[in-house]
Design a binder for this molecule. Structure first.
Ligand SMILES: NC(=O)c1ccc[n+]([C@@H]2O[C@H](COP(=O)([O-])OP(=O)(O)OC[C@H]3O[C@@H](n4cnc5c(N)ncnc54)[C@H](OP(=O)(O)O)[C@@H]3O)[C@@H](O)[C@H]2O)c1
Length: 294
């Protein structure tokens, strides 16, 4: 059994979480739609995460929809005292599996209540507002109206802390004028480093940066540099990719997703992998190589 304690901790809102967490999106059916193909296997992954020391789980009621939240409740409620479940709102699913922006006051309020009910909670610890001006990446535009709605739900006591997802630095600055922002969740990994400067700026403000697709997402990372370093360190490429993120900045919290207990154990063991300085230099070269092929 590995120890994820070695990855350290970070303060998320006013809770201490281990820097190695778990992202539940992969537990829904294909296309993040419908039930998992093996219900018991999905429950087993969640239970193995908590048994392995995870106390930070990322989810949303639009995974499924409603599927991952209900799995989390079934597998883990009554929840351990130290478990922090982070959810996100701002989208809904079409019958054709599409991801549709859902930013009206009514939709956002409904989403908070749906999350509360499906997770079986009285208050949501952290809610990310997922911006959908472009579903695939940050795009400029004012977030004032939806964030003001979420801040009001926070004042009502339904939400403890607020984060932002799929956002630009300008939107984060705008958001911080409206309410306290405790975390930012954007696409980032060893090969996709658009947010390098942002991560360091957020670290200065004590704001967590939670990369989504830390392993490459729907097309998992493939790189000869990752494979070579993994072989040298007697690790796997995915462990090297996670260890790189852990070393990249102290405010990075990991939520790698998997539907497999074996992959979960492998990912948690990344906490114990020390990357020598020369491997960090080589890994830094992956994003430059990826950029030159696009
Ligand atoms: N805010 C947003 O817009 C947003 C968007 C996407 C995701 N998220 C969150 O971020 C979390 C992480 O993202 P993600 O799950 O999409 O992508 P990810 O963590 O980068 O990668 C998941 C993929 O990698 C595979 N995988 C995981 N561990 C592996 C291992 N050790 N060896 C080989 N393959 C492995 C998984 O397949 P197996 O199931 O076969 O292991 C899955 O296909 C999600 O769970 C979700 O909570 C947020």
């Amino acid at each position: 059994m590995s120890s994820i304690e070695k990855a350290g901790t970070f303060t998320l809102g006013d809770r201490t979480v281990k820097r190695l967490g778990y992202g539940a999106m992969q537990l829904a059916g294909p296309g993040v739609f419908g039930p998992p193909k093996d219900h018991q296997a999905a429950l087993a992954v969640l239970r193995a995460a908590v048994a392995g020391g995870v106390n930070h789980i990322d989810t949303s009621d639009f995974y499924g929809p409603h599927v991952t939240n209900r799995l989390i409740r079934e597998a883990l409620a009554p929840y351990p005292d130290d478990l922090v479940i982070v959810t996100k709102i701002g989208a809904r699913r079409g019958a054709d599996r599409s991801w549709i922006p859902a930013f009206s006051a009514e939709e956002l309020t409904q989403a908070v209540h749906d999350n509360l009910r499906n997770l079986g909670l009285d208050v949501l610890e952290v809610v990310n507002l997922r911006i959908m001006f472009d579903a695939h990446g940050p795009a400029e535009g004012s977030i004032e109206a939806p964030l003001t709605v979420l801040a009001e739900l926070q004042r009502q006591g339904l939400v403890r802390h607020i984060g932002l997802s799929n956002v630009t630095p300008a939107q984060i600055a705008q958001g911080r004028r409206i309410c306290e922002i405790v975390c930012v969740q954007n696409h980032y990994n060893v090969a996709h480093r658009t947010d390098d400067a942002l991560i360091d700026a957020l670290a200065g403000g004590g704001i967590a940066y939670v990369p989504y697709f830390p392993l490459g997402g729907f097309t998992p990372l493939q790189s000869s540099t990752l494979s070579d370093i993994a072989q040298r360190l007697r690790a796997t490429p995915m462990q090297v990719a996670l260890a790189w993120l852990l070393r990249r900045a102290p405010n990075i919290l990991l939520i790698p997703g998997t539907s497999s207990v074996a992959h979960l154990q492998e990912n948690l063991a990344a906490a114990e992998l020390d990357l020598p300085d020369d491997t960090m230099v080589a890994l830094d070269g992956i994003s430059a190589a990826a950029a030159s092929t696009h």
